[in-house]
Every structure is written in C-alpha cells, then in structure tokens.
Design a protein. Structure first.
Length: 97
C-alpha cells in the first residue's frame, strides 16, 4: 500500500510519460493484463488510456487493471490510469519513506 507522499512522488514522475496501452470496447481481458504485466516489470510506472468506446466505468477499469497486474493504482485522472509495481529485476524508482 502506497502512502500519500509516495503517490504524489509517483504522480510527478508519471506526468511526463505517454500512455502505452489503450482499453477500448473490448474492455479488460487476459491479453491486455499479460501485456501490462510485461511492461510494468520493465518500466515500473505506466500510463493506460481508457478510450471513449469502452463501455465500462473508467474507475472500474482502473481497479481491474491494478488487480490483474497486482499493481498499485496511483491515479485516475480523466481517461488516464497510472499504475505502479516495483520491479524485481529492473528497479529504478526509489520511493520516499
């Protein structure tokens, strides 16, 4: 579980990132979860866009992505979801205490 200070720090790092995945009308499925798991292991912090044609609520989509990837939900702002998971092999982000 992330503290408020850690979430603020991660949001500041995520500000300059571009979204690397999109969730569309297919919603959240095993395929996108697998790709997010691979990407988050390498990058630790990623952004995902929820498209207009997605029939599910963006907050539900964000929670499904976080649960599926076993990642922390940092932020949902507009149509953008920010996820964080500490990497086992490629650790680059040092969280404040």
């Amino acid at each position: 579980m992330l503290t408020g200070k850690q979430k603020r720090y991660l949001r500041s790092l995520a500000h300059h990132l571009d979204p690397i995945f999109q969730v569309g009308k297919g919603g959240v499925n095993d395929h996108i979860i697998r790709h997010i798991n691979e990407a988050i292991e390498t990058r630790e912090l990623i952004k995902v866009t929820v498209l207009n044609n997605c029939m599910e609520d963006r907050d539900e989509v964000a929670q499904q992505l976080a649960d599926g990837a076993k990642a922390e939900l940092v932020q949902v702002i507009g149509k953008i979801v920010v996820l964080y998971k500490e990497s086992r092999e490629h650790k680059t982000i040092e969280l404040p205490v």
